[in-house]
Design a binder for this molecule. Structure first.
Ligand code: NDP
Ligand code: 2IT
Length: 445
């Protein structure tokens, strides 16, 4: 379609060095062609051009002192994609690979994900090329304080509400929040993912992984299948991977793998609750490597390999973008995999998605499957605004309802546009329509 082609061409020309951003935009805009044909008002109002141009991108210097007293310098970012549906909302990533292309792709995905939750959330993403690995707690604290000293000028409980992502967990959110509170001289819920002891929501740590599994369960049950007894491959061993494994165990499935950037463990007996607790201690407290699991429990460790060669009924990529390519997808298909649900953001390459869809594997894109994290962040904002805390079952059941509704909305949109069960089409259309209609209402801004 000419409109989509011309917008994609304009984006490539304007920002030639942003491959991840181009990938994310092309994936969404190509799938919207049937909607754009039916609704010429979106083109008339230049909705695509506006959605792929962030309202604001802030880039700043982050100087900090290491334990030897030397000054180090990192780069900080906040990409504020859209405030159409509410305050900018999305995580912060601290990882050496972070650059503007990656943050723009993540902020762009967040637009549709947040719209799918139906909560009043705009979209943004930020972070730094700072690497928390191998740093002392004191170094991480000094970095976070310096990062927040600049970021605080651009955020606020009604403006922009950051949260965690890769490399930003409970420890980092604590240091960031402490510095924000000191600068702003007010105790408002400006970050989500706070500890429940001081303003955080119960279930937020679990939310992304639990939500991904709730979504997968909906897909399975619509197809008359079940996760019970299903052998599941998981990648990553951070926040999302850990709680994906926990919910799979609760539902009677059998997670058999986890990984980190150095390699993969394969435990064919299954990672049970006890072993998962060991992994959580390894990763969250001791900050060790997944290889140590293989040494502890005498299972196979494959250096520099991902889990996608392991025979499984369901696969949950929960590490990072583009971690599952066409040959990995082919291996999953050959081994009889029935479902792939993305806990991570854009972990499957476009070619991998093509292989999975062609083979009839049920496939859930991250913007739908992993929306539970930001959804509970939205619930954390509500609780902060009311200055009260909901009990665990209340938040968990709201999360479950939100994931069921995202599944139902995505499925309905896929049916409406003639490809039932195509969750890429369904999620993109359902998320896009919500934000695009609001943009039409709000005029040229
Ligand atoms: P964590 O930092 O807790 O864990 C990240 C995991 O992924 C680690 O095991 C890490 O290994 C691995 N990983 C990171 N980068 C790479 C890489 N380049 N190659 C291989 N492995 C890698 O992050 P989260 O669990 O929070 O995030 C995981 C994914 O889920 C990301 O895509 C994130 O955007 C997405 N997500 C997170 C949400 C949340 O609420 N936290 C919400 C929605 C999506 P290592 O330790 O070796 O780096
Ligand atoms: O990618 C994501 O949705 C997140 N990292 C969570 C964002 C949030 O604001 O909770």
């Amino acid at each position: 379609m000419k409109y989509v082609d011309s917008v994609l061409e304009m984006i490539s020309r304007r920002d030639p060095a942003q491959p991840e951003f181009h990938q994310a935009v092309a994936e969404v805009y190509r799938s919207l062609e049937p909607v754009l044909e039916e609704h010429p008002e979106y083109e008339d109002a230049s909705i695509l051009e506006r959605l792929s141009e962030p309202e604001r991108s802030i880039i700043f210097r982050v100087p900090w002192l290491d334990d030897a007293g030397r000054c180090r310098v990192n780069r900080g970012y906040r990409v504020q994609a859209t405030s159409t549906l509410g305050p900018y909302k999305g995580g912060l990533r601290f990882h050496p690979t972070v650059n503007l292309s990656i943050l723009k792709f993540l902020a762009f995905e967040q637009i549709f994900k947040n719209a799918l939750t139906t909560l009043p959330l705009g979209a943004g993403k930020g972070g730094s090329d700072f690497d928390p690995k191998g740093k002392s707690d004191a170094e991480v604290m000094r970095f976070c304080q310096s990062f927040m000293t600049e970021l605080a000028k651009h955020i606020g409980p009604n403006t922009d509400v950051p949260a965690g992502d890769i490399g930003v967990g409970a420890r980092e959110i604590g240091y960031l929040y402490g510095q924000y509170k000191r600068l702003a001289n007010e105790a408002t819920g400006v970050l989500t993912g706070k500890s429940p002891g001081w303003g955080g929501s119960l279930v937020r740590p679990e939310a992304t992984g639990f939500g991904t599994v709730y979504f997968a369960r909906e897909m399975m049950s619509r197809a008359g299948e079940s996760l019970e007894g299903a052998v599941c491959a998981i990648s990553g061993s951070g926040n999302v991977a850990q709680f994906t494994a926990r919910k799979l165990l609760e539902l009677g499935a059998k997670p058999v793998s986890m990984s980190d950037s150095a390699g993969t463990i394969h435990d064919s007996d299954g990672i049970n609750e006890e072993k998962l607790a060991w992994i959580m201690d390894l990763k969250n407290r001791r900050r060790g490597r997944i290889r140590e699991y293989a040494e502890q429990f005498g299972v196979k460790y494959s250096e520099d390999e991902n889990p996608w060669g392991i025979p499984c009924a369901a696969a949950f990529p929960c590490a990072t973008q583009n971690e599952l390519d066409a040959s990995d997808a082919q291996a999953l298909v050959t081994n009889g995999c029935r479902l792939v649900a993305e806990g991570a953001n854009m972990p499957c390459t476009p070619e991998a998605v093509e292989v999975l869809q062609q083979a009839g594997v049920m496939y859930a894109p991250g913007k739908a499957a992993n929306a539970g994290g930001v959804a509970v962040s939205g619930l954390e904002m509500s609780q902060n605004a009311m200055r009260l805390n909901w009990a665990y079952p209340e938040v968990d059941s709201r999360l479950e309802e939100i994931m069921k509704k995202i599944h139902a909305d995505a499925y309905a949109a896929s049916e409406q546009f003639g490809d039932p069960g195509n969750y890429v089409l369904g999620a993109n259309v359902a998320g896009f329509t919500r934000v695009a209609d609001a943009m039409l209402d709000q005029g040229v801004v």
